[in-house]
Design a binder for this molecule. Sequence first.
Ligand code: NDP
Length: 401
Amino acid sequence: MAKKVLIIGAGGVGNVVVKKCAMMPEVFGDIMLASRTLSKCEKIASEVTTTRIQTAQVDADDPQNVVALIERFQPDIVINVALPYQDLPIMDACLATGVHYLDTANYEPKDVAKFEYSWQWAYHERFKERGIMALLGCGFDPGVTGVFTAYAAKHYFDELHYLDIIDCNAGNHGKAFATNFNPEINIREITQRGKYYENGQWVETDPLEIHKAIHYPEIGERESYLLFHEELESLVKNFPTLRRARFWMTFGQQYITHLMVLQNVGMTRIDPVMYKGVEVIPLEFLKAVLPEPASLGENYTGQTSIGCQIKGVKAGKERTYYVYNNCDHAETYTEVQAQAVSYTTGVPAAIGAALMLTHADWMKPGVYNTEEQNPDPFMALLNKHGLPWHEQIDIELPHTY
Ligand code: NDP
């Protein structure tokens, strides 16, 4: 029987999740989109012609507000694509009402630019006892990168030793400076210290200190910067044979220059500043004047390329494996009026929720990351729902080793 899904957050990613869920009527019979600004929900709903999308206003910082909405709509699952600050209040509301949960980014407190899974993993026993499941970080990275790694471990390796996640956006949106997902979250992520895992320890770097040119399929070489990214934390825990795990992301020189200036003048600060008698947080104000991620889609050209490069052993022999997806901004705009960064996040969220509701081995009470699930049905659905992947076995991985 088709299920009911409540999607929270009507931004760039929420737009994709709604439209992709509407394309799976056999799984999602009833869809509600709720967010802080009702008009944004209504706009997205009006663009879906095949199914009626219900809409609602919700302040997801307040668990009681979410509980009231869940009690009214009675969903089987909540897909949280609001901001990481709302993860815990929405998980609390799911616990109170006994509803499954999925998100795409791990919790971070508003007043410290620090993201880690500890806060959400702490819900494991309570979700288990309640008989409900939470799937954490089910976008592309995190999300598909965990599925890719699990797929490699299941089919190609006895032991994983080295993992490099490489994320390239070679698109051009024609704006002098804009971020591809929520600017506040994006800038907090990039301006903090870098970190990678090596020989059982975390090694810290200055922000954007380590960088090199990496080759991306169909794109070519792009300067790529080592960042800490949340899936590294769960992947080294779930694949303890890993000796090193790193994450690389491309940035153009123009982007870095803008970011440096904004940082140097204090516009990326997250502590309050008094201005004309009112407390203002510079980064929140900056978000208000930057383009919204959802608005970048039109005229965006070029591709993204995200993948996992892995080295390890199989049957006593060294082996390399590279699995990736390339996604085209203009094609995703034609399909669902979204740029590829929103698309590559929203499609996996819809797939993850569909698997939780329909696949017996995907539904287990407790709190899990994507790599703890059977990767095979997820990989099959990526091909079916617009994110085809490619693999290269035992090829040279010259740029990351
Ligand atoms: P946007 O800023 O475009 O959208 C966020 C939406 O959440 C907005 O519509 C916003 O409402 C709404 N919102 C914010 N606060 C609340 C609240 N208290 N109650 C209800 N709604 C609220 O961001 P994106 O769509 O780009 O990103 C969404 C999420 O996806 C983020 O958590 C981001 O970190 C994550 N992400 C994950 C990726 C992955 O690969 N795993 C990649 C990219 C993003 P309003 O419009 O009123 O401000």
